[in-house]
Ligand binder design. Structure first.
Ligand code: ATP
Ligand code: MG
Length: 576
């Protein structure tokens, strides 16, 4: 490809909304262009990379035996009503009406469509197991679209759905997708970790996320050297056994104006471990209020609370001051003792269960209750409600947990019959009985994966694409395009590279060499061949983007270097 015809649109500075390196670099390198918040267009170089990431995903999905289809983004409301998600999905779902007032949504995911398709098309159990996938555009009206392709409102996802006769079948399909994802992310050269995950809006009873490790990741991962790893939304820890002091009678204490944990610690001398953090939530789905209690050195894990209370993330909010007052509670002095209201459920973290006596609000202005003991002074629903912290004890081996950040590039779920039951996606078993198909679903954020690669492969000069996802393999830059011997050598080399299957760019732009070098380093082309002073001798400068190292080579050596690197990459891919 001739550089003069490539619509190269590199920028010196990134627009100010870009905050993280990968977003800045994708914009500066001219791979993507932003129109409105959370919506991106892929420019020629960006599309090349996108195609390559898609190709890796497609090859591995095909290899696993999954069938590719392509569905519309436009989905009818009726199917979402059948699954029960039209109401539950919340404001992320982009809803629209056609000219006849018929309601639709733009698919944020496709469980309903695939379930409906399989119930209509699959008549015999002989067709099972079945795994169908697509690579397609998804829409989610994210509350805060940010970080470019990482959290956008329109993005490309690979989504797959498996249909099995029974749980055993699902286990196999799930494991196969787990292995396929592992291969895909290895082939993308991502440094990643598969972790246990919550099932969120999608539902079901088992899930893993694939996390590209990165300091800018929005997810927190708790992991242990024994192999345990879980999203902090899901992670659990062993109880640390702390029970406080001796068991004593409950005592009312005057704590004027001291309503926060910090006040109570600093002004009244209570240890956070000997106090409860008592939060009040309004559950709009079940029209209830919830009191959630964890030890005060902890945070409530809202995802766990949502799961315990059978609520939904979109329908659980902290109660307002007014609601707290109307419940007869006193803000800053809320407590569970003698609280008798049918519309309030109390959820208590296990850490408080065996504590000998801790401090809670007295539901009276300026008063707390000391030495409160669960089971003696109040009751509630005991559950795991706390957010795991660094150095908590690993639930598997008891060693201290570590915390790291990750970008969720993929997630797999055991859906079981969550969709096939309500949507009547059934098969007839060998005894002539109708049975719901047992489903799994499997997503990869293709565009998020692309940006995660940039996040892991860049330096101050720009992107450092791994060879198999780079927009092109090599670029040839004549230092002075007007110099005959330089231009001719560059042309010869360009033809030789193309003839050998190397994806090459010929920089025929009449620009200063420094300007051209900077462009290619920013864009991240793995190899640069510079035809300069020694062109007449057939000697070029060979620069590797990963290391920025330069050396002088003959043109045939330069060509062989690239062919060797491609061969090496192929071997790596074949070995996975
Ligand atoms: P998140 O927790 O980051 O919002 P999710 O768990 O809701 O993601 P899934 O429903 O599991 O996402 O979707 C499958 C994959 O699609 C995710 O693993 C992620 O890689 C990608 N993805 C989800 N939302 C977005 C988004 N707004 N922008 C880009 N990619 C996304
Ligand atoms: Mg997810």
């Amino acid at each position: 490809m001739k550089a003069s015809k490539m619509l190269i649109s590199t920028l010196k500075e990134a627009p100010s909304e870009a905050k993280i390196p990968s977003h800045i670099l994708l914009l500066r390198a001219g791979l993507i262009k932003n129109e409105v918040a959370g919506v991106y267009n892929y420019l020629p170089l960006g599309l090349k990379v996108l195609d390559k990431v898609e190709k890796i995903v497609r090859e591995e999905m095909d290899e696993s035996g999954a069938l590719e289809i392509r569905c519309s983004a436009l989905q009818p409301k009726e199917l979402w009503v059948e699954s029960g998600r039209w109401q539950k999905y919340g404001p992320e779902l982009i809803r629209l009406k056609d000219r006849h007032e018929r309601e639709f949504c733009l698919g944020p995911t496709h469980e309903e469509i695939f379930t409906s398709m399989v119930r209509d098309l699959v008549k015999s159990s002989k067709s099972l197991p079945l795994n169908i996938y697509q690579i397609q555009t998804k829409y989610r009206d994210e509350l805060r679209p940010r970080f470019g392709l990482m959290r956008s409102r329109e993005f490309i996802m690979k989504d797959a759905y498996s249909f099995d006769k029974d749980e055993n079948g699902l286990e196999k399909s799930y494991q196969q997708m787990y292995d396929t994802y592992t291969k895909i992310f290895k082939r993308c050269h991502l440094n990643f970790r598969a972790v246990l995950a919550d099932t969120g809006n999608i539902g079901g009873n088992g899930s893993h996320q694939f996390m590209a490790l990165s300091d800018v990741g929005e997810s927190l991962i708790a992991y242990c050297e024994c192999g345990y790893a879980a999203d902090v939304e899901k992670a659990t820890s062993k109880l640390d056994g702390y029970v406080g002091g001796d068991i004593k009678d409950i005592e009312k204490v005057y704590t004027p104006n001291h309503m926060t944990i910090i006040d109570l610690e600093q002004e009244e001398g209570f240890l956070p471990k000997d106090m409860s953090k008592t939060m009040v939530y309004h559950d709009f789905l079940n029209e209830k209020y919830i009191i959630a209690m964890v030890r005060a050195d902890r945070e409530v894990n809202v995802i766990k609370l949502v799961n315990e209370s059978n609520s939904n993330e979109n329908y659980l909010r902290l109660a307002t001051d007014e609601e707290i007052m109307n419940l007869g509670l006193v803000k800053g002095f809320i407590g569970p003792v003698n609280l008798k209201r049918d519309d309030i459920d109390i959820y208590v973290d296990y850490e408080l269960e065996n504590h000998n006596g801790f401090l809670v609000g007295a539901n009276e202005l300026n008063y707390h209750l000391k030495n409160v003991k669960y089971g003696r002074d109040f009751n509630g629903i005991l559950c795991d409600l706390r957010t795991v912290n660094e150095n908590d004890l690993c639930p598997c081996c008891g060693k201290p947990l570590k915390i790291e950040r990750g970008i969720e590039v993929g997630q797999i779920f055991k859906l079981q019959t969550k969709y096939s039951d309500p949507m009547n996606c059934i098969y007839v078993d060998e005894f002539g009985k109708n049975k719901p198909m047992v489903m799994g679903c499997y997503g990869i954020g293709i565009t998020r994966t692309l940006q995660s690669i940039v996040e892991q492969y860049h330096d101050d000069a720009g992107i450092k694409w791994p060879l198999n996802v780079a927009p092109y393999h090599a670029v040839i830059v004549p230092v002075n395009y007007k110099d005959d011997s330089q231009r001719k050598l560059a042309e010869t080399l360009y033809e030789a590279l193309k003839a050998n299957g190397v994806e090459a760019i010929f920089d025929d732009r009449d620009e200063r060499p420094g300007f051209k070098f900077k462009d290619w380093e920013l864009i991240g082309i793995p190899f640069m061949i510079i035809c300069g002073k020694r062109s007449e001798e057939g000697i070029v400068e060979f620069k590797t983007r990963q290391t920025l190292e330069k050396e002088e080579l003959t043109i045939s050596d330069a060509l062989n270097r690239i062919l060797d690197a491609l061969e090496e990459e192929k071997k790596y891919n074949d070995s996975i």
